[in-house]
Design a protein around this ligand. Structure first.
Ligand SMILES: [Zn+2]
Length: 212
């Protein structure tokens, strides 16, 4: 369906949507767009303003297409046998992500740092970025995102140990409320300490790189 047709359906809520021949993505953009239009009207925003007239469409599309990972399966992870018995930590640093806090629906962003101690298999390193970006996409809080990343990697890689550290700059804290410009939130999760995975060693491998 063309963008103009979707916008037309947002602007004409009396037209009943035919669920069966409408892709789910378009259906969701139209229904969310209709509601966002009401939200803007409630705030007194002039929807005839050329800059605002298609905003219900743009906002709905952003939430449906970019922040929709809660409806998508996490990326499939390609694992390789650890044939050479690599027995040190693997560290992937500075993985950028963008997310949106579920409390305010305002952007937060930062970087993820992952260290793991492989056992029988290793993961292709680009997949770490895919996993982080998948779990980052939806509206959520940083603590949940950190936990989801570690649970998914732990279950799939089955390493001896694993640590995930996430830094986040929360626009809801910077641009409103506390207006705490410069504040950074760090969250972390660890697994495998019972197997001898050493948090201190993992941290020294990326402590100096921790940043936004
Ligand atoms: Zn927030």
């Amino acid at each position: 369906m063309k963008k103009e047709e979707i916008i037309n359906l947002i602007n004409n809520p009396e037209i009943t949507l035919n669920h069966s021949n409408l892709p789910e993505e378009h259906h969701n953009i139209i229904t969310a767009g209709r509601q966002y239009k009401k939200f803007m009207e409630a705030l007194g925003i002039d929807l005839k303003d050329p800059n605002s007239k298609d905003t219900p469409y743009r906002v709905a599309k952003m939430f449906v297409t970019e922040r929709r990972s809660f409806k998508e399966e996490p990326p499939e992870l390609t694992l390789f046998p650890n044939t050479k018995k690599y027995d040190e930590y693997v560290v992937v640093k500075n993985i950028p992500y963008y997310s949106c806090c579920s409390h305010h629906h305002v952007v937060f962003y930062g970087q993820a740092y992952i260290a793991y101690h492989p056992d029988k298999q290793v993961l292709g390193i680009s997949k770490f970025a895919r996993v982080v970006q998948h779990f980052a996409a939806k509206p959520q809080i940083q603590e949940e995102m950190t936990q989801e990343i570690i649970e998914y990697l732990w279950k799939n890689i089955e390493p001896k140990g694993l640590m995930v550290v996430v830094t986040g700059k929360h626009m809801c804290m910077v641009s409103r409320g506390a207006k705490a410009e410069g504040s950074v939130t760090t969250t972390s999760a660890i697994k495998g300490e019972d197997n001898g995975f050493d948090k201190k060693e993992a941290l020294t491998l990326f402590r100096n790189d921790l940043k936004l």
